[in-house]
Ligand binder design. Structure first.
Ligand SMILES: [Ca+2]
Length: 379
């Protein structure tokens, strides 16, 4: 029989039998592979947005800006990104959050210097949230934000350019290829959006560490710290900028280092291993005080790893993310709707599972060899 199922012939041929599959070009019957709203075969509403970033490689690293409230896990993330072959770090911008602002600047400068990235521009951004007052997280990260034992005596050299302006300028200069990794409160990103309504079009990807998706937060039952600090900024950013969200719940599931992992890091005789041990000292102590046995999440580095190595992501879901910016018990709550019937409102990709063992190996590679990519494929 003649096979005319290439769609170039109108209708089915006369000798079509019951064994022939229907012609996809003419068959109107439901196809479970494409009509099931839960199927991965449906059109991705985030395709072509900043929540659909390219996959960086060592040959084609992504130019990246890190926006950070530089405390301990931020420093691990900055070191990770600066040393990954898949990232071409363009700038670090600092935002109000974890620790006193000038300490955050010192921490960022010290971290960049430690990993030989002194040439990466450092820019000071917003010194307070858009609207609300906030508290530092020095009970978790120590008074300097660097674990309690380390208070770098460095004078940071900043560019003099306001952090949000740096984000806008670099996005324009890279003509749609820049990635933005936001691992602090979203004040600087909101300020950048206010300056440049075209920002979304000028970025290739936006990764946000923030929110507590269908779980308790880490600063209140309703909220994760970064979103709680500046919910007005988070509300604006999630409304205007399709983001890839790495939330607190994902961190608790797949981004925690237990005492065995910290012991292994401490066993490496390197400056970076000592640094990772020192900057997490207060957080490990805080974990023990709370009955968590010294295990500490690495949310910021998890977000950096997802940006640099998207193959670590085991699952994600397109969702509508909204932020409650009201004062009160729900301040900073992230309301996340994954119902496919509301897909026209989708504005974010929420990462729901990461290969936790592979992520830890990346951190061991960072601590032992100063290269988070050295253990790609090791589990
Ligand atoms: Ca942070």
């Amino acid at each position: 029989m003649t096979d005319d199922r290439d769609g170039t012939t109108a209708g089915g041929s006369a000798d079509t039998t019951i064994d022939d599959p229907p012609d996809p070009a003419t068959d109107d019957s439901p196809d479970p592979a494409t009509d099931d709203p839960h199927s991965t075969a449906v059109a991705d509403p985030l395709e072509g947005t900043t929540a659909d970033p390219p996959t960086p490689t060592a040959e084609t690293p992504i130019p990246l800006v890190i926006d950070t409230d530089t405390a301990s896990d931020d420093a691990v993330a900055v070191a990770f990104a600066a040393l990954s072959d898949r990232v071409d770090l363009q700038a670090v911008t600092v935002v109000a959050g974890n620790a006193p602002f000038d300490a955050q600047l010192r921490n960022a400068a010290y971290t960049l210097s430690l990993v030989g990235a002194d040439d990466v521009p450092l820019a000071a951004g917003a010194r307070r949230p858009l609207v609300k007052s906030w508290e530092h997280a020095t009970e978790v990260h120590g008074p300097s934000g660097f674990g309690g034992e380390l208070d770098p005596d460095v004078t940071p050299t900043t560019t003099g350019e306001y952090g949000p302006e740096t984000i806008c300028r670099l996005a324009r200069e890279h003509d749609g290829e820049l990635g933005l990794l936001a691992i602090g409160p979203l004040t600087n990103v909101a300020e950048a959006l206010r300056r440049d309504p075209e920002l979304a079009d000028n970025l290739a990807g936006v990764w946000v560490m923030g929110g507590a998706v269908h779980c308790e937060g880490n600063v209140t039952p309703a909220a994760e710290y970064n979103v709680w600090v500046d919910p007005d900024a988070a509300q604006l950013v999630t409304r205007e900028l399709p983001v890839t969200l790495v939330d607190w719940g994902l961190t608790c599931r797949d981004g925690v280092l237990d005492t065995a992992a910290f012991d292994r890091i401490a066993s490496f005789d390197t400056e970076l291993a000592s640094f990772l041990t020192a900057v997490t000292a207060r957080a490990r102590e805080w974990s023990r005080e709370r009955g968590d046995g010294g295990a500490v999440g690495q949310p910021d580095c998890l977000a950096a790893a997802v940006a640099a190595s998207p193959e670590l992501v085991e699952s994600s879901v397109a969702a509508h993310v909204a932020v409650d910016a009201r004062e009160g018990v729900t301040r900073g709550h992230t309301v996340v709707d994954t119902d496919p019937d509301t897909s026209e409102r989708i504005n974010a990709r929420v990462v729901t599972a990461v290969d936790a063992a592979a992520f830890r190996e990346r951190l061991f590679g960072l601590a032992a060899e100063g290269d988070p990519d050295s253990r790609v494929g090791v589990e």
